[in-house]
Design a protein around this ligand. Sequence first.
Ligand SMILES: Nc1ncnc2c1ncn2[C@@H]1O[C@H](COP(=O)(O)OP(=O)(O)OP(=O)(O)O)[C@@H](O)[C@H]1O
Length: 257
Amino acid sequence: MLKISKLTKRYGSGDPVLKELDLTVEGDQLTSVIGSSGAGKSTLLRCINRLVEPTSGSVDLNGTEFTTLNRRELRTARRRIGMVFQSFNLIDRLTVMENVQSGRLGYISTWAALTRRYPREDIRHAYELMERVGIAHYADRRADELSGGERQRVGVVRALMQRPEILLADEPTASLDPKTSEQIMSLLRDLASELKLPVIINIHNVTEAKEYSDRIVGMRYGRIIFDDLPGKLEKAEMDEIYAGVPAMDRAEVGAVA
Ligand SMILES: Nc1ncnc2c1ncn2[C@@H]1O[C@H](COP(=O)(O)OP(=O)(O)OP(=O)(O)O)[C@@H](O)[C@H]1O
């Protein structure tokens, strides 16, 4: 379980962009965080693994308080949090298998990694995950030979290779075409349920968020102002979350009832 309590983030001397925010996320659910640009969605996600340092508050993952870990402890603890990125963050000149195995860096020796002598169990696990997401036949392809959707699947498998306790995805579909984007959302939702893994996604596309999430969290000015089932997100709630933002900028393709 991830339990965030009274989380506040202030960049420099400006106003806080997260304001004493509370959020608890448990296993096997996909939670989408929505909100207009600048609401604090990315900051929230990045405070969880301390890519951004929280100003105050608590981030507790299954009993480990992340905000007080020292550098060395944090390096180890971060392995428990998988991260998927909008721009995939793959190493283009490496193969799919090599990219996937980079999720195990820190677990295996540098020598084993450099000489590509991956432990047998890691290879088995990689194939199992690659089969699951449909990229096993690309194991020996260079990452830059793949389509965007395939690259994001590599990114997902790399994150899962860490055997994470939670998966964070920062706009994982923003670089993808609509059909591929839906496939990735559907995959993330299914993986959350199959692996009993909480998944938190920062997403702009409200239609997709509603379709594929178990729970929607709506942010405005650093606070959570909506936290409920997707079906409960109707026009009045949308208007509150996106007050002053035109429908097109909400990435609200089509109607929200
Ligand atoms: N490194 C930084 N230094 C100063 N201010 C920052 C920094 N990163 C973000 N901010 C500010 O914090 C606020 C929240 O930004 P954040 O990126 O978390 O919002 P967001 O909801 O993810 O927006 P978007 O959807 O556009 O990515 C914004 O006002 C932004 O300008």
